[in-house]
Ligand binder design. Structure first.
Ligand code: VG1
Ligand code: CO
Length: 542
């Protein structure tokens, strides 16, 4: 078979964001676009004689992109690629395969929570041999490579039949097609008390899992229904579709509204959950009660020892800076370290590898542990189920007890989407310029204790990441944070994160938006959101 060296030229804008390179699908399908980026990945990490994992969330173009990546891997001298059947792998399952097979990394095709389809989003991300997203230094090197690329290598060959499990050949390279679910499900069995959860379902416990027509469906059906005995039909929207059935596979109260309606209605099941496009996010809902992701992380940290995989306790916990400090209070009570990192799972990798943190989480519906190096939606659902099976209390009771013990960090995120980028940048620049004068000011009756632009020094490798979000902290423990999204593909998305602490015992049952009202007003006044962007109200509130 012939290896072609194809002449190409740099394409502007191939800069990976919070989680890989994401663009509109037609952009990715444009001439040389995918090829330039994949060659840049191989040029940076090297492919000769190496083994990689490949899979994606099944969105539109997933199947064809996989064939291109395989042909390029073969042409670049890779020895072996392990591919999920049908080119499907959830992000946590890919992370697990990368680690379990001691490979040299993997390529994940996903734009995660972004909609999919011919006119929606596509993405490509490289994960390191530890199973985690490439750190900034590596993604920067890939971006630099895209600016000077002049040729890529690709094998002339027919498609590999990825529907057939087993070993295939592509030129000099082996393509091992594997069941996307089996190894992941086996890993989950080592972490959780499947017997206890099975007994809970057998006792009549009811659950709803909304896979949002994305990649989690097959995993959830196998684990929840087949192995744990949840009623058939527990998992809805269970077949992954190239356009996610038109759904926006972002598990939050806005986009998973059907699940929310069911959980708040009469005859609601005991427990509800949803996951995102690539299966690394989770939303958790109890009967009649929504669990904010920051609270979920805190409850999981406080109760993880009830699951066999965490019976020895946690080494430490880590959260992204905009995530509420609820988990910090748990860490303090447990006497373990709590780390605060920038947004994006890539920053947790070093802490996990060094054994400093066991549990990690983000306010954006992401929770995970040292079992893989990605956040893991179904893992979080199973840890909740394990805790419910042991404690035999409702989600509402568990939350109430948690707040009574630790106090409550009222929390919300307001997203302003598809803002003109220049306006968003101007707003952030003005805000950064105003930070120095804020300390000591009284706004909405609250005194500003400090304001800065978050910078992080990795405690393991001392790498520094600056300008990770503006935070304004008040003397009473309230705060707000503003940053621009790094995963969008249209204009800018402004994220406003709001937090206020109530120690209790009074005032633990307020509506979060009401409890946060002064912080919301303060944020708008300081950042002049409406003046710069023309927006008064957010598009999505979580
Ligand atoms: C968002 C979230 C962040 C998450 C990232 C990837 O990034 O805020 O917490 O790690 O998405 O998640 P941003 O830059 O748009 O705020 V996933 O499930 O889309 O890979
Ligand atoms: Co995701």
């Amino acid at each position: 078979m012939t290896i072609h060296s194809v002449q190409t030229a740099p394409i502007a804008g191939q800069k990976p964001g919070t989680s890989g390179l994401r663009k509109k699908t037609p952009v990715f399908m444009g001439r040389h676009y995918l090829e330039n980026y994949v060659q840049s990945i191989f040029d940076v990490v090297g492919a000769d004689g190496k083994t990689f994992v490949l899979g994606g969330d099944g969105r539109y173009f997933n199947d064809r992109a996989a064939q291109v990546i395989l042909r390029m891997a073969a042409a670049n001298g890779a020895a072996r690629v392990i591919v999920g059947q049908g080119a499907i792998l959830s992000t946590p399952a890919a992370s697990h395969l990368i680690r379990a097979n001691k490979t040299d990394g993997g390529i994940i095709m996903s734009a995660s929570h972004n909609p999919g389809g011919p006119d929606e989003d596509f993405g490509v991300k490289f994960n390191m041999p530890n199973g985690g997203p490439a750190p900034e230094a590596v993604t920067e090197a890939m971006f630099e490579r895209t600016k000077v690329i002049s040729e890529y290598r690709i094998l002339e060959a027919q498609d590999v039949d990825l529907s057939v499990i087993g070993s295939h050949r592509l030129g000099g390279m082996v393509v091992d097609v594997v069941d996307p679910v089996a190894d992941y499900a086996a890993l989950m069995e080592t972490l959780f008390d499947f017997g206890a959860i099975r007994a809970m379902f057998a006792g009549g416990f009811r659950m709803r899992m909304d896979a949002m027509c994305a990649v989690t469906g097959p995993y959830a059906v196998e684990i929840l229904e087949n192995r744990l005995g949840a009623a058939k039909g527990t998992v809805v929207n269970r077949v992954p579709l190239p356009d996610f059935g038109g759904m926006h596979p972002d598990p939050n109260p806005t986009w998973a509204h059907a699940l929310m309606a069911e959980m708040m209605g009469d005859d609601a099941p005991d427990f509800g959950a949803a996951s995102d496009g690539d299966g690394d996010r989770n939303m958790v809902v109890g009967r009649g009660i929504y669990v904010s992701p920051s609270d979920s992380l805190a409850v999981l940290a406080a109760n993880a020892h009830l699951a066999p995989g965490y019976a020895k306790g946690l080494a430490g916990v880590a959260r992204s800076m905009p995530t509420s400090a609820a988990v910090d209070r748990v860490a303090q009570a447990l006497g373990i370290a709590a780390y605060e990192t920038p947004t994006g799972w890539k920053f947790f990798g070093n802490l996990l590898d060094a054994g400093r943190a066991t549990l990690c989480g983000e306010e954006s519906f992401g929770t995970g542990s040292d079992h893989v190096r990605e956040k893991d939606g179904l893992w979080a659902v199973l840890l909740w189920l394990n805790i419910l099976a042991v404690r035999k209390e409702s989600v509402a009771d568990i939350l109430a007890a948690h707040w009574a013990r630790f106090g409550r960090n009222y929390y919300s995120r307001h997203d302003f989407e598809a803002i003109d980028s220049a306006k968003a940048d101007a707003m952030m620049a003005a805000l950064r310029g105003a930070l120095a004068g804020l300390a000591g000011q009284v706004i909405e009756g609250m005194t500003v204790a400090g304001a800065d632009d978050f910078a992080y020094t990795d405690p393991v490798d001392a790498s520094v990441s600056a300008k990770q979000g503006v935070r304004v902290m008040f003397a009473d423990g309230s705060r707000f944070v503003l940053r621009l999204s790094g995963t969008g593909t249209e204009g800018a998305t402004l994220r406003l994160y709001l937090e206020r602490y109530a120690a209790g015992p009074e005032g633990l049952d307020l509506d979060p938006q009401a409890a946060l009202a002064p912080v919301i007003r303060a944020a708008h006044a300081v950042a002049r959101i409406s003046e710069f962007t023309g927006r008064d109200a957010p598009d999505v509130v979580t």
